[in-house]
Design a protein around this ligand. Structure first.
Ligand code: GLP
Length: 264
């Protein structure tokens, strides 16, 4: 696990976008796992800027989104379909046929979830999965108690998540009570994971996730077992980390290592 601490949201977003851009430059047909919510908005904005200014090419990229409310039509302004079009896809040269988002109105949920997993597999698996963290420690919509081996399925939302998301829907009663989400196991299958956390209201849960015990009560904590995890937190979100100085020390030395030359 690599923990990078940036001074604010803007720097966190720039750093995340740079990692995603590097992934695409190295492998133009990368498969990206994408997240929604407030946290990745700045990252998408930076990537759009890279497409416009430097021609970062998304034409061969495939994407799979983590989750979607259920039930919700894709035309609903709070659906994750709507979000992805508005905040990212319509601004870049991605082929929309290569963008997969869970269907918020599907009738046969089980068959659909099996199909989604199969499409990820057929695409060669996710190369880089972008993640935010919910205030109850969820990744995707894998609420506390979700099996750490779970696959894509329908989930009942935690009361805390419904309350959190009321800010987008106007009132609590309008927030869908269910979601379809990639499972914790699906996320863990990604070759690399990039977890972002910003703001003081994420500081406690981020500490639990990366420094606490691995528990299904904080599904993000399983990421400690991931073979290639990068966490980028801003100052506020990293406030409660016990090993903050240690992470900063390691990052500094890692940067120095890049310029190290061994004399003949
Ligand atoms: C939702 C999404 C998560 C996201 C979380 C945090 O619950 N399902 O994928 O990480 O919200 O959202 P925010 O980034 O707005 O704090």
């Amino acid at each position: 696990m690599r923990v990078i601490i940036e001074k604010n949201y803007e720097f966190m977003s720039k750093r995340a976008a740079e990692i995603i851009a590097e992934q695409i430059r190295e492998k133009p047909d990368s498969v990206l796992g994408l997240a929604t919510g407030f946290t990745p908005l700045g990252t998408y904005k930076e990537l759009i800027g890279m497409y416009k200014k430097e021609g970062l090419d998304f034409s061969r990229v495939t994407t799979f989104n983590l989750d979607e409310y259920y039930p919700i039509p894709s035309t609903h302004p709070q659906s994750y379909h709507y979000y992805m079009q508005k905040e990212f896809f319509k601004h870049i040269n991605i082929n929309l046929d290569h963008t997969y988002i869970l269907d918020g109105l599907v009738k046969d949920v089980k068959a659909f979830c099996r199909w989604y997993e199969e499409e990820i597999r057929k695409a060669g698996g996710i190369d880089l999965q972008l993640l935010g963290i919910g205030r109850d420690g969820h990744i995707g919509f894998n609420e506390p108690g979700s099996s750490l081996g779970s696959r894509t399925r329908i989930k009942t939302l935690d009361a805390a998540t419904i309350k959190d998301n009321a800010r987008f829907f106007g009132k609590k009663e309008d927030v869908p009570k269910y979601a379809i989400t990639m499972g914790v196991g699906t996320i863990m299958d990604a070759k690399r994971c990039l977890l972002l956390a910003s703001g003081s209201d994420k500081s406690k849960v981020l500490t639990k996730a990366i420094e606490g015990p691995i528990t299904a009560q904080v599904t993000a904590s399983i990421l400690q077992m991931h073979k290639d995890l990068i966490v980028i937190a801003d100052e506020k979100a990293s406030r409660d980390l016990k090993n903050k100085d240690y992470y900063q020390h390691i990052e500094k030395l890692t940067e120095e290592l890049k310029t190290l030359t061994i004399e003949e």
